[in-house]
Design a protein around this ligand. Structure first.
Ligand code: ZN
Length: 334
C-alpha cells in the first residue's frame, strides 16, 4: 500500500505493527494477560518466548503445547504463524499473529536435530545465548567469547529450515560472528544503543553495523534499564525510545530498525527466579531485581506520531513499526 499520504491514525491502522519479541514468562499454566494487552494495543504480530537457558530445556515443550492449544481455542482473536502470509491475514482480519521463539541454544540439548523439530512446532526465531556463555557462544554477561563450532552448525541448520537468527543477549564478539556466519539476514530483536546507554545488554555500533550489513534489523526495546541510567526522569519513556531509534537510524539506516518491546507483566515466578539465578542477572547490572521497568505496551503506538513529528516520512515510520522486520522474516521463513 502507498502510505505516503495517510494521516497518523490511518498510518498506524494500515501498517504492520511488529513486536519482534515480548518477554512473557514461559510457564505452564500460561498467563496470557500480556498477550491480550499486546493485541488490544493494535499490534499485528508478536513473537513470544517459550523457553530460555535459565529454565530446564525440556520445559519448552509443554509451554509450546499450551500455546498451540490456546491459540487454537482463541482463533477468533489470534493466528499461529507459519509464514509471513499468516501475518498479512492477521492484519486483514484484525487478529494478532503469534509465533514462538527460544532464548538460548541450551534448548537444543547439544543437537542441531532439534532445530527442525522446534520449527515444525511453530518456533521461528532463536537467540543463541541468554546472558551467560553457553555451548553456542558468548553471552553479554560472559567472557566476550564468539560463536562455537556447535553454534556455527546451528546457524547453518536454522538457515536451512527457515528460522530467524537472533543476536540479542549475546557478547559483542558473538553477535558479529553470527552476522558473518549466517547466509541470511540476522536480527537483534531486543536491544538498544550502548553508546547512548552503557548497559551490557545493549549493543555497540559495530554490532549494529554487522547486523545491518546482513540486511538485518535491530529492535529497539522498551525496558527502562536498557534505555537510560536510573534516575533519568527528565525524559519520558517515549522520548527515550525515540532517542535510541533515532541514533540507530542515523547509524545504519532506518530500513534496519524496528521494535522488540520485551514487554511482560512481572509474575511471582519471574521475581523469584531473579532471586535464585543471579549468575544470569548479575545484581550490579539489575539493581532493581525483576522490575526492569517494562514500558506499558500501550505506549508503543504513540511512536507513530512521535517519529512523524521528528520529520520521519510515512514510509520510514511504517518500516520501523513493522515492515522492516517483516521483510527480513520473509527472507528467512519462506
Ligand atoms: Zn530477552
Amino acid at each position: 500500500m502507498d502510505v505516503s499520504r495517510l494521516n497518523i491514525d490511518d498510518l498506524f491502522q494500515n501498517s504492520i505493527i511488529w513486536d519482534a519479541h515480548c518477554g512473557i514468562d514461559p510457564q505452564v499454566p500460561l498467563d496470557v494477560s500480556s498477550l491480550e494487552r499486546i493485541r488490544k494495543a493494535g499490534f499485528t504480530y508478536v513473537s513470544t518466548n517459550v523457553g530460555y537457558d535459565v529454565l530446564p530445556w525440556q520445559q519448552a515443550f509443554p509451554v509450546i503445547g499450551a500455546y498451540r492449544r490456546w491459540l487454537g481455542e482463541n482463533s477468533d482473536k489470534y493466528i499461529p504463524v507459519s509464514n509471513v502470509g499468516d501475518v498479512l491475514s492477521a492484519k486483514r482480519d484484525g487478529k494478532l499473529a503469534v509465533s514462538m521463539d527460544i532464548e538460548g541454544v541450551s534448548a537444543l540439548n547439544g543437537t542441531t536435530d532439534l532445530v527442525e523439530v522446534y520449527h515444525r512446532l511453530g518456533v521461528r526465531q532463536i537467540s543463541f545465548v541468554y546472558n551467560k556463555d553457553n555451548e553456542g557462544g558468548g553471552g553479554c554477561h560472559g567472557h566476550n567469547t564468539g560463536l562455537t563450532p556447535f553454534g556455527r552448525d546451528v546457524i547453518r541448520e536454522m538457515n536451512r529450515v527457515g528460522m530467524l537468527v537472533d543476536g540479542s543477549h549475546c557478547s559483542a564478539k558473538m553477535s558479529i560472528d553470527m552476522a558473518e556466519a549466517s547466509s541470511k539476514p540476522i536480527v537483534i530483536t531486543h536491544a538498544n544503543s550502548r553508546v547512548l546507554h552503557d548497559h551490557p545488554r545493549n549493543i555497540w555500533d559495530e554490532q549494529a553495523i554487522a547486523c545491518a550489513s546482513t540486511g538485518g534489523v535491530i529492535g529497539v526495546t522498551g525496558i527502562r534499564i536498557y534505555l537510560a541510567k536510573a534516575g533519568d526522569n527528565k525524559s519520558s519513556d517515549l522520548d527515550l525510545l525515540v532517542r535510541h531509534i533515532d541514533y540507530l537510524c542515523q547509524l545504519v539506516g532506518p530500513q534496519h530498525v524496528g521494535i522488540g518491546t520485551d514487554f511482560a507483566e512481572i509474575t511471582d515466578a519471574l521475581a523469584s527466579r531473579f532471586e535464585k539465578a543471579k549468575d544470569y542477572w548479575p545484581p550490579e547490572h539489575y539493581p532493581s531485581g525483576s522490575d526492569l521497568g517494562f514500558i506499558d505496551i500501550e505506549e508503543f503506538p504513540k511512536l507513530t506520531a512521535a517519529l512523524s513529528a521528528r520529520g520521519y516520512s510515512n514510509e520510514v515510520v511504517s518500516g520501523i513499526l513493522g515492515a522492516n522486520f517483516m521483510r527480513v522474516a520473509a527472507m528467512n521463513w519462506e
